[in-house]
Design a protein around this ligand. Structure first.
Ligand code: SAH
Length: 290
């Protein structure tokens, strides 16, 4: 993000309404639009309301109640809001319980991170192409990884986190709502630029995007109390393990054709523990930059 983009919370209403016109949200046939009062929605709203911290709730309502820029129409309940809520309901049903993560998923307009031709599919539970043979990760796995990272001894408090594999910038935006500072590295220059373009209108002040090889980490900003890899290597580079704070948690897909999600916790200066969580499928982690 440029130094100019300092305002928070996200300035969403104008962005979302503008993009709706060009992306035909709700016009497509492949999405199911939730009715205002479904049982699942209520379940999610209750889960979120029960567990989210009040600051988070305030942030969400601030996002909804953005002042209307001169010349734009009055804010109305948006189709993308309803579809996004249905996505969050599915993610909760798949087992993600962390209210702060669910609230963050509800706040970030995922359809602004996919190509306009795919916007009608932005809220299905699938990864989607973002160009350069890469994908935006499936909503469930984004939420799950962040939930696991937050399940630390500090009650979920995260100061600095690092993401390897910015892609289109979606997960970085979700992370910005659960951590004080988010650093995200991408090795493909046009994707690094795409993420900047996608994130700029959201005016998120606490994300730092970096073009480079994430396998080297970001020594100048280390240590991190959370690291998420959005691409799968055969093993987690030791360099990244060395950039974790003690008590820090790293979540990464590991493997080749068969991949598993791993949680690595740093328990001491030279001690890490490793837990295998579940099967997953990610694009490969590659060295160098292009
Ligand atoms: N975080 C994204 C997912 C992007 S897909 C989301 O929000 O959906 C994974 C990304 O990891 C790809 O863009 C790929 O180029 C990137 N990647 C792979 N190896 C990398 C490396 N060594 N350093 C930085 N990025 C890497």
């Amino acid at each position: 993000m440029s130094g100019k983009d300092k305002r928070f919370p996200l300035s969403l209403s104008s962005v979302v309404e503008k993009s709706q016109k060009s992306t035909h949200m709700g016009g497509g046939s492949s999405i199911r639009i939730a009715t205002p009062q479904t049982a699942t929605q209520n379940a999610v709203q209750n889960t979120v309301a029960r567990t989210a911290e009040s600051a988070e709730l305030q942030a969400r309502s601030a996002i909804r109640n953005q002042p209307v820029p001169p010349g734009s129409s009055r804010p109305t309940p948006l189709v993308s809001d309803a579809v996004r809520l249905a996505m969050v309901a599915r993610v909760a049903k798949q087992g993600v319980r962390d209210g702060k993560v669910l609230a963050a998923m509800e706040a970030v307009p995922r359809h602004l991170f996919v190509q306009s031709g795919l916007a009608s599919q932005a809220y299905i539970d699938a990864s989607l192409p973002i160009g350069h043979h890469q994908t935006i990760s499936q909503p469930y796995i984004v939420a799950r990884m962040i939930e696991v990272m937050r399940n630390n001894a500090n009650g979920g408090k995260l100061d600095k986190v690092l993401e390897i594999g910015t892609g289109c910038g979606y997960q970085a935006a979700v992370l910005s709502l659960v951590a004080n500072e988010v650093y995200s590295i991408e090795r493909i220059k046009p994707l690094h630029e795409l993420a900047k373009t996608n994130l700029r209108p959201l005016r998120i002040a606490n994300i730092r995007l970096q073009y480079g090889d994430g396998m080297l980490g970001l020594p100048k900003a280390a240590p991190f109390d959370g690291i998420i890899l959005a691409a799968a290597g055969l093993e987690v580079p030791q360099t990244l393990l060395d950039q974790m704070s003690i008590g820090g948690r790293l979540v990464a897909p590991v493997g080749g054709r068969h991949q598993v999600l791993q949680l690595i916790e740093r328990t001491g200066k030279f001690e890490w523990t490793n837990t295998t969580l579940e099967d997953c499928h990610f694009v490969p982690l590659r060295p160098g930059v292009v």
